[in-house]
Design a protein around this ligand. Structure first.
Ligand code: PLP
Length: 437
């Protein structure tokens, strides 16, 4: 954080390339930059290259990519090639990981309110099961048996008081075991046959302050020491969860991964090593930071309207990106071909939902806008397409991978009206007739 410079928002493709792509595929669509994703993954692994495996050999670090952030098997395969596993929390996410060739202990199953059949599948796949509640030990035992390796999710409650710096307040969060429960849970699991153990917590979200990220790691390291002292159980890995933030706004600074990793290393030496718990693996479940900055939502301006405010209406809507409407999140907007124009107009940039919060930007300074302008919304690579919904009959867009050399590969086609109607049970149920005429 200290001394970090604000970032510049650039687009890795030209207007001409988009216009070419548009001849076959109408906007809106998301584009993910493969090379940038790979480079980011390598930076993360390099920063944590000091992490050893349980035998003390280098290369013990794993990021289990949070599948929910960008649930596309083409992306999962790329991340797997870069050494990542998958963090899954539902049956379809387990299936996606499997389809991408991610197997066994490369999968972390961090779920909550979990149904029995999902535990059964996770167990069958040999995934690392991360339990969210003390009663889930008995539930898992019945559903699938207790595996040799088991992990527990910790919720520090009032003990962790970072106010607004975290995902709400842990004491109000539905996740994880309390301090007393987690100590009991390891002992119960061991009695039921578990022999290998992990410890997990996710207590930060979109956090860009390295010191707060390090503090979350420290909290887990201290707990691992206490678990060893009170139960005799030595956890073999600590899972730091997700939550590394990204600079959505150009005035935000970027997380300094090296500084973060150095801080975790220092805490590891001071707490884990000093208490004789090394070597211990450090893993995480980062989603947002892995793909978020490398995704772009491309959309055309349909209408420009002057009312009590000036509005730019796009062909994209909340179906394609919900974060601004849902959280008031800032997403930077570039108008292709107008990068050099002065930002001397103020607009609300909207979608077409019959919902007034369907806005990508509120009172944003932009160049003078016209129908037909090509707009790029930045940082849509995580929790973007994935969050989309079909409210108001809006269809989700295509996804493209921008490969080395700038070629675009379709990795998910756009939804059609028939996809939207596919689950209806209604007479002949072909609704496409009218549209075809
Ligand atoms: C959402 C989530 C993640 C990923 O969080 P990011 O903010 O995308 O890094 C990781 N682990 C769990 C348990 C989550 O719910």
């Amino acid at each position: 954080m200290q001394g970090a410079k604000p970032i510049t928002k650039t687009v890795p493709f030209t207007k001409a390339r988009i216009e070419e792509l548009e001849k076959r595929y109408p906007t809106p669509f998301h584009i993910y930059d493969e090379e940038a994703i790979r480079a980011g993954a390598r930076r993360l692994y390099k920063a944590f290259s000091w992490v050893t495996d349980t035998e003390g050999k280098k290369g013990g670090f794993t990021n289990f990519f949070a599948v929910k952030a960008l649930p596309n098997p083409s992306i999962l395969r790329i991340l797997h090639e870069e050494g990542m596993g998958a963090d899954c929390s539902s049956l379809p996410e387990l299936l996606l990981a499997d389809a991408a060739g991610i197997k066994g202990e490369e999968i972390m199953f961090t779920s909550n309110d979990t149904p029995a059949d999902e535990f059964a599948l996770a167990r069958k796949m040999g995934a690392v099961i991360n339990l969210d509640d003390i009663t889930h030990i008995g539930f898992l035992e019945k559903a699938a048996g207790i595996p040799r390796l088991i992990c527990f999710r910790y919720n520090p409650g009032e003990e962790y008081s970072h106010g607004n710096a975290i995902i709400g307040n842990p004491a109000e969060a539905k996740y994880g075991l309390t301090h007393d429960q987690i100590l009991k849970a390891y002992t119960i699991a061991r009695k039921k046959g578990a022999q290998r153990f992990g410890l997990h917590a996710m207590i930060v979200s979109n956090q860009r302050d390295e010191d707060i990220l390090v503090e979350a790691a420290r909290l887990l390291f201290n707990l691992a020491v206490e678990i060893k002292e009170k139960t005799g159980i030595r956890v073999e890995f600590i899972n730091l969860g997700g939550g590394i933030g990204i600079p959505y706004s150009p005035v935000d600074h970027q997380v300094d991964l090296e500084r973060y990793a150095r801080g975790v290393h220092k805490a590891y030496k001071e707490i884990i090593a000093k208490n004789g718990l090394a070597p211990m693996r450090i893993v995480m479940e980062s989603g947002r930071a892995v793909t978020g900055p490398y995704g772009y939502l491309v959309s055309r301006v349909r209408h420009v309207a002057r009312k009590h405010r000036d509005y730019v209406g796009l062909d994209a809507c909340m179906a394609n990106l919900m974060r601004p409407a849902l959280y008031g999140a800032y997403h930077h907007i570039t108008v292709l071909g107008k990068e050099k124009k002065p930002l001397d107009h103020v607009y609300d940039v909207t979608g077409s939902l019959c919902e007034n919060n369907d806005k990508f930007a509120v009172q944003r300074f932009l160049p003078a806008m016209s129908p037909g302008d090509l707009v790029v919304i930045h940082d849509t690579g995580a929790h973007g397409h994935a969050m989309g919904f079909n409210y108001n009959g809006k269809l989700r867009s295509a996804e493209f991978l921008m490969q080395k050399g700038g070629t675009f590969r379709l990795i998910r086609r756009a939804e059609t009206a028939n996809d939207y109607f596919a689950t209806l049970d209604f007479e002949g149920s072909d609704f496409s007739g009218l549209a075809r005429k």
